[in-house]
Design a protein around this ligand. Sequence first.
Ligand code: F6R
Length: 588
Amino acid sequence: MCGIVGYVGSGDTLLVLLEALEKLEYRGYDSSGVALIEDGKLFIEKKPGKIRELIKSLWGKKTSAKAGIGHTRWATHGQVCELNAHPHSDSKGEFAVVHNGIIENYRHLKEQLLAKGIEYRSQTDSEAIAHLIALNYKGDLLEATHKVTKMLEGAFAFAVLSTHEPERIVAFRRSSPLVVGLGEGENFLASDIPALLPFTRRVVPLSEGELVDLRPDGVSIYAEDLSPITREVMYVQWDVISAEKGGFKHFMLKEINEQPRVVSETIRGLISRESELPNLADFRRVIFVACGTSLHSAMIAKHWLSRFQKIPSEVYHASELRYSDEPISSQDLVIAISQSGETADTRFAALSAKERGATLLSIVNVVGSALDRESDFSLYTHAGPEIGVAATKTFIAQLSALYYLSTYNDQKLRQKLSLIPALIEEVLTLSERIKALSPELSSTKSALYIGRYLNYPIALEGALKLKEISYIHAEGLPAGEMKHGPIALIDEKTPVFAIAVQDRVYEKMLSNAEEVLARRGKLISVGFKGDEKLQSLSKYAIEIPKTDEYLTPFITIIPLQLLAYFIADHLGLDVDQPRNLAKTVTVE
Ligand code: F6R
């Protein structure tokens, strides 16, 4: 999973590419590179490490190039090194390629290239594209690229540059995102919209199987059979500042603090699309598919649907549904939840359910993303771009959309959503108190998170936040399961985070808290304000405002997000770009 950028025009090609690449770094950041056509020759610079390494090595470079492509890499084939970094070129150095995704038949293609005597330099699947385009080039880059797309199998997007046509970029997408940005006398290309925002707000997301031909004076889009396509131009409303840190130390902290606003904006957006939604009562059951944080919001929504609509539902890890024998029919509504709308596991699971007859409703944050376009219905979460790799505000936005959907025929229940922004604001005032716990907790080797009912998924989400950014082992558990094994892990060094609000499972949670104490565990509780019983059991008690049991997940997660953030920051870790992770996972 990588990021691609491209530029054609008479601006400062190198500056545009580097600035756009920085905005895409969240997609992957183990190496980066650019290719330019300068005086009829291909110039390529690439560096392992973060994009600042590439910027350092190009510092002061002036260029007259009118076209260039760039890439930030998150390795799938071949280790992290300069040779495997993109752009890749053909043997004569006439064509350069940047690529995102996986070419599944690359071994076979590579053998064919080697048999032709072509020297294959990297361990990547991507290099094959550059050689194939060189072999098939007969004077027209679009034609050669089109021909090569027919030879490639897999899910990918790529962009090509050639010394033969120094003011032209041709790109193609199949199951990996690619967006065109339109300028005046210049045009842009990127894997995602935020990378285009410093330059233009007029964008066209490419659809499945589309090719794009970019020149300074125009952009042409073609279908897989090379027939020209006319596409509507989307005007992006996000401001650039909202994609910047806004005074916070990290994007993650900024995004945690944006959550009250995100709930309000998501609700506003949902109200405006009310009439476009499917009627839940038309379906026999709902199947949720999602990954990671988005899966946790689905687990909460399952309870809301059971309670408010009496509709049976299943929650599937997206990666488990596609290859399952789950009987799915036209009576099923599949709800695919994805911040990016590009997660391969989620998309492919959703598409396979659609093929089996289900209706597909997606809940996405990125309008125009693949999942959005592939769905029968879409709901948008209006969280704005989320830059921190750890999902925070998009989780709250997903909960808002799911609660809204689950209460479609009960205005009284629905209106309760309007209470959420103020409740979250109140929890955010606890930031300093939560920060004060981080020095002690950051020496932890392993932590448990326990909860029941609506707050079991919050235990999972709290544990996921801690492990992904602080690298501390953490496990989320239904509290009742502790006695079936995990309780053996508890000793005086193990913090146990218990979410114990006064809901239907409160008394049971208190018993679980007692079990922790009996094993000398360190209990850190998240409970309602003034709950003396819980406080008496806790080493540290985080007190949140009282609210209806159904709404508690919106606020119990906030202290856990903050805790994970402050612990990781105390450890001096790269909170926004944790190791081994990427924001959008476009490979299965
Ligand atoms: C966790 C996190 C991931 C994503 C998962 C799904 O903080 O960010 O677990 O939630 O990769 O991503 P989307 O929602 O884009 O499909």
